[in-house]
Design a protein. Structure first.
Lengths: 142, 300
């Protein structure tokens, strides 16, 4: 029965990069990322593809069928010759997110937002911090 | 002539100063190592970002209509971003930046810009530039030795806003690039408008790379033009973040060198003072012996 599945199947070289360094750099079987046009699943031999990612969760299915979930901020994914590159500003493994800390981060962001008032620059920074904190909580709550 | 006790007091004081400078040297080198690691961690991200930008630009078939790439006339207002440290005691680190920033401002004026404003990062630059009576449109501080990506975003946000609103026609950044532990060099880069050669420079060597994609044309989501529009601000974030990181590492390296020199100088000073003290002590002893001998002679 199992012909293409199992040891035979192809693999993807996946790199998940943030400005603070690589979060994941290994082989995987499938990448599921939240593109702006909806979630995309990438399997080996995917056509060259470049997309803008929204805040959400990126899932990697490893060769041994375990799944890793990351809470990711806005970023990019690019696929070229079975190499998948995910570029995001922040990525955290769901099983390593501290819900309590994420909650305080959210509160802090909201306080900053209230404080920012007319200052556009500070407000934009506070808004993006809030969005990320919310996303962390969403991913961990799932 | 200084008495033994005076000299002893001075030696003690120099010794205490040396303790402080040595501690600062050690702290700076520990932090510098960390800052260097941060630069290393950013590199793959920045490289990948460049590649994506070049691909998107190539596939969107021209970069016309993108506001951040729009060529502007060399007139009106230009902004010089001077990235300095929050603290001094780093040799010529801050002074070099300010000097270069003023030079760049003069060049911009010579090119036809009527107004040059400064955006400063770091307390030291803000202080000096304000003292010279230049106009500062915004000053960021508090993160000079450990910048985060969010800090970089704030700076970019401010600059992009001023550029896209049309009241600024050129943005140039001046920062200390981290060459090696012993060498920092002041770099000047044009940030906005993003130059064509930068957009198409895939490998970051300063040349336009025109070669085709190996695997043909990629599917873009959303289409390549829109994608490029979204990517450019992030590219600027990355550029600023890199400049901040380099500046942080350079500041720490400069401080380390300055503090090492100070420690060495303190050592030399202590040696000199110790010699002077021994001389003074010997002179005092000789004097005393002479007095005793003279007294004994007088009794005979």
């Amino acid at each position: 029965m199992s012909t293409a599945i199992g040891t035979e199947r192809k693999r993807l070289g996946v790199r998940l990069l943030t400005p603070e360094g690589a979060v994941f750099d290994d082989l995987a079987y499938m990448v599921i990322a939240p593109s702006v046009r909806g979630e995309v699943g990438i399997l080996p031999r995917h056509t060259p593809f470049i997309a803008f990612l929204r805040v959400g969760e990126t899932r990697l299915k490893l060769l041994d069928d375990t799944e890793i979930v990351f809470a990711t901020s806005e970023g990019y994914v690019s696929v070229e010759e079975d190499r998948v590159l995910v570029l995001v500003e922040q990525a955290e493994r769901a099983d390593q997110i501290d819900a309590a800390r994420a909650r305080t981060a959210l509160e802090r962001a909201e306080a900053l937002l209230a404080e920012a008032g007319d200052d556009d620059v500070a407000r934009v920074a506070a808004e993006s911090a809030r969005r990320r904190a919310e996303n962390r909580l969403n991913v961990v709550d799932r | 002539m200084a008495t033994t006790r005076d000299i002893k007091r001075r030696i003690e004081s120099v010794r205490n100063t040396r303790k402080i400078t040595r501690a600062m040297e050690l702290v700076a080198s520990a932090k510098m190592r960390h800052a260097q690691e941060n630069i290393e961690s950013l590199r793959p991200y920045a490289t990948a970002m460049r590649r994506l930008m070049a691909q998107a630009a190539r596939q969107s078939g021209g970069v016309a209509g993108e506001p951040l790439l729009e060529e502007r006339p060399t007139e009106g207002t230009a902004v010089v971003v001077a990235i300095t440290g929050d603290r001094g005691l780093a040799g010529a680190f801050n002074v070099n930046i300010v000097r270069q920033a003023f030079g760049v401002a003069d060049d911009l004026r010579a090119q036809g810009f009527t107004d040059v404003e400064f955006t400063t990062v770091g307390k030291k630059g803000a202080g000096t530039i304000a003292f010279r009576g230049m106009s500062i449109d915004r000053s960021f501080q508090g993160f000079s030795v450990e910048p985060t990506f969010a800090d970089a975003e704030q700076v970019t946000e401010h600059l992009v806003r001023r550029f896209t609103s049309g009241d600024v026609n050129r943005v140039v950044i001046v920062y200390n690039a981290f060459k090696s532990v012993l060498e920092q060099s002041v770099s000047t880069e044009q940030l906005l408008p993003v130059e064509r050669v930068v957009v198409f420079d895939e490998d970051g060597d300063g040349d336009e790379d025109a070669h085709e994609l190996r695997s043909g044309v990629a599917i873009f989501e959303p289409d390549a033009e829109e994608f490029l529009g979204k990517l450019l601000p992030d590219f600027l974030d990355t550029t600023i973040y890199r400049a901040l990181l380099e500046s942080a590492a350079a500041e720490l390296a400069a401080r380390r060198t300055a503090m090492r020199n100070a420690t060495d100088n303190a050592g030399v000073l202590i040696d000199d003072l110790t010699l002077a003290m021994n001389r003074a002590r010997q002179a005092a002893i000789t004097q005393e012996i002479l007095e005793v001998v003279a007294g004994a002679d007088a009794l005979q």
